[in-house]
Design a protein around this ligand. Structure first.
Ligand code: NAP
Length: 298
């Protein structure tokens, strides 16, 4: 599905180039040297290249001043040839993330985090949608999962995943429950769900007991596991392959769902890696092309 979405973005980019002489351009900014963020940004830049989109990457040292970062954002806002501007989060402690997000031109906010885009989304007006939540919806729609009328449970209420995914599924007529760290008897609530979306940042937290038999489970989590015992416990039959990855790279990725247990109960379960993460990048490409189109009224 991610390949399909990327192909559609590439086709639309090619059309913009041939009919209007426009090549959508994404600018990424990474402050500091967080290794996971560096991998995410590299993927984004590489995907632009694969699809024929223009891209620029601007790495900045961890001690960059907030004023310098805001100056750069202003410069990219001004540049006519820049369609999408993404400042990779999280930012170092001394930066005010909200101020940086708000400084980005909403028309170029391909992450969909600017309050203008969030507000427009909440009011069901056209907006640049946040990539991971929009990717989750796209996945369910393309997979033919019935959303209207379904009981959906979203575990996690962050601004970047839980809240927007709950809102987008509500807009598609699901009956949505949002859970968080203060939810009482979580398994009893999640077991009601036909569609369970999990975004909490805790490796393998959601177990068989949380899942209704046959439910569709979307695992948004992305966590690094470095302990051999944990790998053996989490992955069941897949453990030998994961232990090999651990030996080679020093870690393997696991979602917020316990794969070996939930696989046995769920009707469908998205893999980690190779699931929602791929869709997120694909949706970013779609947003960049969309921003290029909208900014020029094409
Ligand atoms: P976050 O900002 O840390 O929010 C975590 C949420 O989970 C909070 O709402 C928290 O509740 C809730 N939570 C924590 N422990 C819980 C528990 N024991 N029971 C129920 N709820 C609990 O996380 P995030 O940024 O949304 O990210 C979540 C996960 O998704 C992470 O693993 C992240 O790496 C991954 N992610 C993946 C992608 C992708 O492209 N695939 C993109 C973004 C994020 P409170 O509000 O009560 O504290």
């Amino acid at each position: 599905m991610a390949s399909e979405i990327k192909r559609e973005a590439a086709d639309e980019a090619a059309r913009l180039a041939s009919e209007h002489g426009v090549r959508p351009r994404l600018v990424t900014v990474l402050v500091g040297d967080d290794p996971a963020s560096a991998v995410y940004v590299r993927n984004k830049v590489r995907t632009c290249e694969e699809l024929g989109l223009a891209s620029e990457h601007h790495p900045l040292p961890a001690d960059t001043t907030p004023a310098r970062l805001l100056e750069m954002v202003a410069e990219f806002n001004r540049r006519e040839d820049v369609d999408g501007l993404l400042v990779q989060l999280p930012l170092p402690q001394h930066m005010d993330e909200a101020a940086v997000i708000e400084a980005i031109d909403p028309a170029k906010d391909v992450d969909g985090f600017h309050p203008v885009n969030v507000g427009r989304m909440m009011q069901r007006h056209p907006a640049l949608l946040p990539c991971t939540p929009a990717g989750v919806v796209e996945l369910l729609v393309r997979e033919g999962v019935i959303i209207a009328g379904a009981r959906v449970c979203v575990v996690g209420r962050s601004n970047i995943v839980g809240r927007p995914v709950a809102e987008l599924l509500l807009q598609r007529d699901a009956t949505v429950t949002v859970c968080h760290s203060r939810t009482r008897d979580l398994p009893a609530v999640t077991r009601e769900a036909d569609i369970l979306v999990v975004a909490i940042g805790r490796p393998g937290f959601v177990r068989g007991e949380h899942v209704r038999p046959g439910a569709t489970v979307v695992d948004v989590g992305m966590n690094r596991v470095t302990d051999e015992g944990e790998v053996a416990e989490l992955f069941g039959e897949d453990a030998p392959r994961r232990l090999k990855a651990l030996g080679e790279r020093g870690y393997t990725l696991v979602g917020d769902v316990h794969p070996a247990e939930v696989e046995r109960v769920a009707g469908r379960l998205t893999p980690v890696p190779g699931g929602v993460g791929l869709l997120t990048v694909a949706m970013l490409m779609k947003n960049t092309v969309e921003a290029a189109r909208r900014r020029r009224g094409l």
